[in-house]
Design a protein around this ligand. Sequence first.
Ligand code: OXD
Ligand code: MN
Length: 580
Amino acid sequence: MTTQNANLASWVEEVARLTKPDNIHWCDGSEAERERLIEMMLADGTLLKLNEKTYPNCYLHRSNPNDVARVEHLTFVCTPERDDAGPNNHWMAPADAHAKIDALFDGCMKGRTMYVIPYCMGPIDSPYSRCGVEITDSPYVVVNMHLMTRAGSDALKRIEREGTFVKGLHSIGDLDPEKRFIMHFPEELTIKSIGSGYGGNALLGKKCHALRIASWQARQEGWLAEHMLIVGIENPQGEKKYVAAAFPSACGKTNLAMLIPPESHEGWKIWTVGDDIAWMHFDEEGQLRAINPEAGYFGVVPGTNRKTNKNAFDMITHDTIFTNVAVTEDMEPWWEGRKNGTPVIDWKGNKYDPANGPAAHPNSRFTVSAKQNPSYAPEAEDPRGVPISAIIFGGRRASVAPLVYQAKDWEHGVLVGASVASETTAAATGAVGVVRRDPMAMKPFCGYNFGDYWNHWLAMGQRSGKLPQIFHVNWFRQDAGGNFMWPGFGENLRVLRWILDRCENRAAAQETAIGYLPTKDALDTSGLDIDDATLETLLSIDNEEWKTEVAGVREYFESFGDRLPAKLRERLDQVDRDLG
Ligand code: OXD
Ligand code: MN
């Protein structure tokens, strides 16, 4: 296979001249291709076969222990002007970045096969979808891209028809962290990544294309590319509404997208459209609509069990690639929080010894086709996407942030999103549990200056008379003893119900300086073991704490200088005044 697109053909030739692979393979996305690659990786130890009886067609990949998470300090946005990347990104001048990384690509595929993967982000026939081509020397990346995107011949046909695509060049290099870089050239629609095989660094359709490059394209073209799950909520009367929700990495997006209604909620159903990324456009009637550009899930494994996420637990019992989990004696995958079985070999392939830390890496992952999800929404394949009633922002906050509140209007909602802060998790390298500002949960993923990004969000609010309502939630509030105050998981449906009722003007709220909070009666807590004082804390704010919070947001905003939209500063001042 090759291509009729001259631009693609000459880029592949150019890359081959630089990287000097032994062979070039154009991926068609077929089952036969996948099987061949799996056989090859089983033979050379890249994959291990898991228990065929209990986990049919499941494999384990152990990555290099120095390569287990996204590396934000090695991730660059390379715009001609430093200010266009903004203080939220690491920046390098495009010519310097190309020179630096091309030197590492020089000859890096000698003795290897170069795979060319045409892929489409979003349903293949959707006007909102965008295509890309990833060139990689990692067969593990190829089989993951097969699951995570619509990859192969159909995507190539669309590229040949449309003529445009994002160029992504990837090599695992020699996995030396000193020679690891993930570079983005938004104006060239180009990504270059070397030295890592980890998902977010290597599966270029995901964070690199569908967020960093797409956020930049979205601004040019008047839409939104966001780090958001998309979920459908069906009430017992059969009415379905959809919300999009942004949370920082490893804060439960996959769990919320696949929520199982609790027993108290008979007749309610949850439908997953997407668990990580939403591309949103206003349609001709001014309705915001979202597609999930991905076709699979690359989810965090630890903590997944029948109680926390039964859908995910069941979904990953077959046709799944596990990365960096432990195994039991029977070669079943094992992770902390799995609730049954005993690990014998840890994620590094050593005999498990609790003295060496957790058996599974805290950022161990599953890769699986979305079609295996029992709650997969058929509308996820709809080229028009789904209508969004509410946008939800959230973070992991032990204190300060109440369980839920509603922004006063779109502009205030942009302030709420821009003010998101969260405790860090294992999804990126670095300290865990430190509160950091993570506007719209996009801190690691916005491909340009946050000041311009917030301006774009504000401008989007001018495009329609029927904007979705904006909310903020915090499932992670803790009491003085460090216990979670809200049960979370399936019970979060109660909060989603209040949110949807607010969108229809059907639920009571009290106005505060930071937005509308549910009155105690407005949130259905029947049957929950939650005392009055706890509920009071979850549904109120402490003005003094919030004054400190506002001061922190102000200081952060000021780091964007004159790129900070005046409107955001005004709205923050207003909140400050209202706090007294
Ligand atoms: C992810 C992340 O993998 O956000 O989705 O890190
Ligand atoms: Mn994510």
